[in-house]
Design a protein around this ligand. Structure first.
Ligand code: PMP
Length: 310
């Protein structure tokens, strides 16, 4: 069976799932996206992902042509049609087709794309033994430029950092801001633990408000740990008892080494292990079930047809 992709209200087999070469998502990285997980037939924290998508879109002044309910249906239906129970879902909203200039106002209507695919996970060893991180030269973008809190389709900053890490033999890289504060990794948030108190960089430094980051803050607080959202530098990581990363794809991964120096005793710590377990329990409950009775949005097909006719 061919993979089925949702584009602008219709479903296409992957070979025919195409968008215009004049789409500004392609020409300029003008768009926003979400990476979402399907666990055992339920879409995890879909509402939160959709709300973040709308916040990102608002920041770049892009009007998503579908409602939260319509997007929910599109995501669920794409998973259903692909007969998936566990998957990684990519929801993309591009500025749409325009001309060769930058002008977003000349793009008639944003395109909405949903791709659901099998998940590529870190090895089990990464979770039991932990990962090594390296601080890379490419800095996280300034919040005074395109605020990196927006999950935009322009990930070149992160891609360069990822490449620098990869060339030096690590799977994930640590990114700092221009003052030397730790912000996050290339596709994951970061936490440190010192004397059982957790700390993660605040979003005002330009860290993404990760859905997994939010889950961990909730979980750790429920477990009775104090969680601070405070700026810190590499000093605090070297001095920490434990360190871990969080992300939709990665989930919760222990970090045991930074820049060739062990963190704590160089092994995943007890708080991290508790949180890994707690997070795995959390994803197995709740979420939007693929079995949910969601009515097919009636106007779906017309949205793009009407806009393109004008
Ligand atoms: N930071 C960046 C730059 C990311 O791309 C991601 C992945 N979406 C994260 C952090 C983690 O966020 P989440 O937990 O929502 O996947």
């Amino acid at each position: 069976m061919s993979q089925i992709v949702f584009i602008d209200g219709k479903f296409y087999p992957r070979e025919r799932a195409k968008i215009s070469v004049l789409d500004h998502g392609l020409l300029y990285g003008d768009g926003v996206f979400e990476g979402i997980r399907l666990y055992n037939g339920s879409v995890f924290r879909l509402k939160e992902h959709l709300l973040r998508l709308f916040s990102s879109a608002k920041y770049i002044a892009l009007k998503i042509p579908l409602t939260i309910e319509e997007l929910t249906w599109a995501v669920v239906e794409t998973c259903r049609r692909n007969k998936l129970r566990n998957a990684y879902i990519r929801l993309v909203v591009t500025r749409g087709e325009g001309d060769l200039g930058l002008a977003p106002w000349l793009c008639k209507i944003p395109s909405v794309i949903v791709i659901a695919d099998k998940i590529q996970l870190y090895s089990e060893e990464a979770y039991t033994k932990g990962l090594k991180l390296l601080t890379v030269p490419t800095q996280r973008m300034s919040i005074a430029a395109v605020n990196p809190r927006v999950k935009s389709c322009n990930y070149l900053n992160n891609i360069l950092a990822k490449l620098e890490g990869h060339n030096a033999g690590v799977t994930e890289a640590l990114m700092l801001d221009s003052k030397g504060f730790v912000v996050e990794c290339t596709a994951d948030n970061i936490f440190i633990v010192k004397n059982k108190v957790l700390c993660t960089p605040p979003t005002y430094l330009g860290a993404l408000q990760g859905i997994t980051r939010d889950c961990i803050i909730e979980l750790a607080t429920e477990m009775g740990y104090k969680v601070n959202e405070e700026a810190f530098t590499r000093f605090e990581i070297f001095d920490a008892d434990e360190c871990f990363m969080t992300g939709t794809g990665a989930e919760v991964v222990p970090v045991v080494n930074l820049d060739a120096r062990p963190i704590g005793n160089g092994r995943p710590g007890s708080v991290t292990k508790r949180l890994i377990k707690g997070f795995r329990d959390l994803v197995s409950r709740g979420g939007v079930s693929l079995g949910a009775n969601l009515p097919r949005p009636r106007r779906l097909g017309d949205v793009w047809a009407k806009a393109r006719r004008q």
